[in-house]
Design a binder for this molecule. Structure first.
Ligand code: 5GP
Ligand code: SF4
Ligand code: MG
Length: 457
């Protein structure tokens, strides 16, 4: 998912819309904006793409200089209108809108506890659990009640909370999900990705720190810490696949990190070939890096139909396979008779690689050597990225040679963990550690809240 918030700009709702638009890749299932004029919270949300949801929206009627927005990609909770965020809660005294990226691991336990105490939860999303915990923490919504609620939840989260009086932004103690603060004139902006700042002409100010609760109001910005800050464990898959290349996460540019992944991969796993091609879009950067280091020419061997959405975020395997077929096509004149290094960013179920190898061979490629710009994914993600269950992860159940045979490649090699870390982490201090739990099984936080456990399902 992607979250966005803005405080102190007369075009708050419209800018939120643009910000969400630039983060569309983070979720295509639903989108929403809640705007506040200091008295009332007004919501506009729906299922579908940002453009569809706001097609009829008249932003001149969205009064207010503060807003929060969300694009949704569901890992938990059904694909229904009630689960589209921001979620809005009203009490007699005030209202609150919540937008969340991540996954609360102990949501089910907390939900049970809240229901035992008489709360009635309206949605199946874990975000609502936090709202109820905040309400339980005190009559008023403030730093104290929010911090108390955050201390009960374990997992990965980047939250933006808007009340009539204040906007809050919070990040989990391991900083697994990205969340940045920017400025646009006198206004404050928060967003999952910095591409949203560029989109609206805002400038990057700083990251929200792990375990930090930031309060933004007409008095300016204030910071409190609700949890001890550990080594940052930013999701490595944000760099590998999820984020936009022009975004900087933790002050590391995504495209540049992908290029370094490709360079490391070329050193670790060279191939005798005529050219390097990347699977559009997310693997283009690493393919360029691989080509640069290997000395092989970079070619456009596959093109993408840009009117087809992300194939991964589809409900069934059947639809996913159809999706890949619609989305990608080989450039026959380039690949025919050639030995090809095909770079993809990751293999999850193996659907994409299999189809593409097949497609390239059908178009006449002599050899296809698959090189993956991340380590093999063998463990589920509990932090809000849809890696599904172990059964579906091809690398959890098969060796590299078996995978190579299954996808019909002439060879397969993955980037090492060290290589990935080297490609991402620029500054080896506390700021820039990465989570690679889906690759190495080392989970930065567990359902019970323990840090740094090796946790298997
Ligand atoms: P597979 O086809 O092996 O199941 O999935 C891997 C492919 O899906 C890659 O090409 C990757 O770019 C794309 N992809 C889409 N969404 C995701 C995601 O959430 N995680 C990962 N690792 N890959 C994804
Ligand atoms: Fe990201 Fe993998 Fe960690 Fe999930 S387990 S947060 S996908 S690195
Ligand atoms: Mg891909």
């Amino acid at each position: 998912c992607g979250v966005f918030g803005i405080w102190g700009h007369e075009k708050a709702a419209e800018l939120t819309y643009y910000g969400l638009h630039s983060m569309q890749h983070r979720g295509q299932e639903g989108a929403g904006v809640v705007v506040s004029d200091g008295k009332k919270l007004k919501t506009h949300k729906g299922l579908g793409l940002v453009n569809d949801v706001f097609k009829q929206a008249d932003f001149s009627k969205f009064f207010g200089d503060k807003a929060v927005g969300h694009v949704r990609y569901s890992t938990h909770g059904a694909k229904t209108h009630e689960n589209v965020q921001p979620l809005v809660f009203r009490s007699q005294t005030e209202g609150m809108a919540l937008a969340h990226n991540g996954n609360i691991m102990n949501a089910e336990n907390l939900r049970g506890e809240l229901e035992d105490q008489g709360s009635i939860l309206q949605t199946s999303s874990d975000t609502e659990v936090l709202a109820h915990l905040i309400k339980r923490g005190g009559i008023d919504i403030n730093e104290t009640s929010i911090a108390a609620a955050l201390n009960r939840v374990n997992g990965a989260y980047a939250f933006v909370i808007l009340t009539e009086e204040k906007m809050y932004a919070a990040l989990d103690p391991s900083g697994i999900r990205p969340l940045s603060i920017g400025r646009l004139g006198n206004a404050y902006v928060v967003a999952s990705e910095t591409c949203a700042f560029d989109q609206i002409g805002a400038t990057f100010e700083r990251e929200v720190l792990p375990g930090e609760l930031v309060t933004i109001s007409d008095e300016g910005i204030a910071s409190t810490r609700f949890a001890m800050r550990g080594q940052r464990k930013m999701c490595a898959m944000e760099y590998v696949y999820l984020s936009r290349p022009d975004s900087d996460l933790n002050e590391v540019n995504v495209h540049a990190s992908r290029k370094r992944m490709g360079k490391e991969l070329a050193k670790e796993a060279p191939a005798d070939a005529d050219m390097v091609i990347g699977v559009p879009d997310s693997s283009i950067s690493s393919a360029i890096g691989y080509a640069e280091t290997s000395g092989l020419p970079y070619e456009m061997g596959i093109i993408k139909n840009r009117y087809v959405g992300r194939t991964f975020i589809q409900p069934s395997q059947e639809l996913r396979e159809q999706g890949v077929k619609l989305k990608l096509a080989p450039v026959r004149g380039i690949v025919a008779g050639k030995r090809i290094v095909m770079i993809d960013d990751s293999i999850v179920r193996g659907t994409t690689s299999k189809r593409i190898v097949h497609m390239l061979k059908k178009a006449g490629a002599a050899e296809v050597h698959v090189r993956i710009a991340s380590p093999s994914i063998q463990h589920p993600c509990y932090y809000g990225i849809d890696m599904s269950t172990r059964d579906e992860l091809i690398a959890a159940n098969h060796s590299v040679d078996e995978i190579s045979a299954m996808i019909g490649a002439d060879s397969v090699a993955y980037l090492s963990e060290t290589g990935l870390e080297k490609a991402i982490v620029r500054d080896k201090t506390i700021h820039q550690g990465v989570c690679m739990a889906c690759m190495n099984g080392k989970y930065p936080v567990t359902e019970g809240g323990e840090q740094e456990a090796v946790y298997r399902s």
